[in-house]
Write a protein that binds this ligand. Structure first.
Ligand SMILES: O=C([O-])C(=O)C[C@H](O)[C@@H](O)C(=O)[O-]
Length: 330
């Protein structure tokens, strides 16, 4: 397949107020995102609450994404969990015509590198699809094991969500020398939560591609940042980091899981009702949603499109954190 480029769109998965899959809202969300010109669509991944989808829902999300995208850009789908589940997802995604898979880290267990290599090979053996391996959580490779998976013919890339640039530089170097002369091209991705914040640092070690969850709810800001970064417009990069991404990450860091639930709240704030998140994630408190609204407004996100939002949960564990507001949001 052709090399990926541009800004990578990781859509949310909308739910109805009753908590069911909302395919109508998903179609709208995909159309909105596609109209802003992403480089690829990655459905049912972290931002898309991969961990919370049933087998049937996964198939519906993938089918909708492939149909709506209609070949404009490549579509990748998440796959993971128990080997048989990941293999089943890979087959379903392949039947629906996706262009590739993002292999999610295994849950719960910690495994040695040899086990992670075997896991990757087992999923790869079930499909013809190209695979990008997500380097995050329990899936921590060292340079040698990363080079081993890079030699699996269908593995085309590594998406780093660890943020250890020392390790990643050594992994990249080992993969480069391992694949030298093989003719195989291999891509690296910055897959950190709110990847824009670290995008300049990743670019410094040669990783230009990154996933953007912000693209879901503020595509104009995500694209301005991407253009500035690619074009070497340092003052715009710094301005957006200072005025938008740092306040957003400060807010995001208040509660585990906000990397996803704040994104969903952001999509709602911009006018599309994509519902809340499924447990174990929780929706942001109304104070945190107000802080997000302020961050958007201060960065020129049109206020006229902002809609009110009633959070579904305000657990006591976050009540004391609700003070994040005008000061920190600035
Ligand atoms: O699986 C996922 O959704 C991601 O890892 C991508 C996110 O878009 C992340 O990079 C972010 O929050 O910008």
């Amino acid at each position: 397949m052709r090399q990926l480029n541009g800004l990578l769109f990781f859509p949310v998965t909308p739910f109805t107020p009753a908590g069911d899959l909302n395919l109508t809202a998903l179609a709208q969300h995909l159309q909105d995102g596609l109209s802003s010109g992403p480089g690829a669509v990655f459905v049912a991944c972290g931002t898309g609450e991969f961990h919370a989808l049933s087998v049937e829902e996964y198939a519906q999300v993938v089918e909708t994404a492939v149909r709506l995208t209609a070949g404009q850009v490549p579509v990748f789908a998440g796959a993971g969990g128990p080997i048989a589940t990941a293999q089943g997802q890979a087959r379903v995604a392949e039947q629906h015509g996706v262009d590739g898979l993002l292999l999610m880290p295994p849950y719960l267990v910690e495994a040695p590198h040899t086990g992670l290599v075997r896991y990757t090979k087992a999923v790869a053996s079930a499909t013809e699809l190209p695979l990008i391996v997500y380097h995050r959580g329990a899936a921590r490779f060292d340079p040698q094991s990363a080079a081993e998976i890079a030699q699996i013919p269908s593995v085309i890339g590594l998406k780093d969500g660890l943020g250890d640039l020392d390790l990643l530089t050594r992994i990249m170097s080992t993969i480069r020398s391992t694949l030298a002369g093989s003719g195989k091209s291999f891509q690296f991705f910055n897959g950190m939560p709110t990847a824009e914040l670290t995008a300049p640092a990743y670019r410094g070690i040669g990783v230009d591609l990154y996933s953007s969850a912000v693209f879901c709810f503020a595509p104009e800001i995500a694209l301005d940042f991407h253009r500035a970064l690619v074009g070497g417009d340092h003052s715009t990069v710094e301005r957006l980091i200072d005025d938008f991404f740092v306040p957003l990450v400060t807010l995001r860091s208040q509660v585990p899981g906000y990397a996803v639930s704040l994104v969903k709240a952001g999509v709602r704030l911009r006018g599309l009702d994509v519902g809340g998140v499924r447990p174990p994630l929780i929706d942001p408190t109304s104070e945190h949603v107000s802080a997000l609204r302020r961050i958007l407004e201060m960065n020129g996100a049109p206020a006229s499109q902002l809609t009110e939002f009633e959070p579904q949960s305000s657990p006591s564990s976050v009540a004391g954190l609700a003070s994040i507001g005008s000061e920190e949001a600035r």
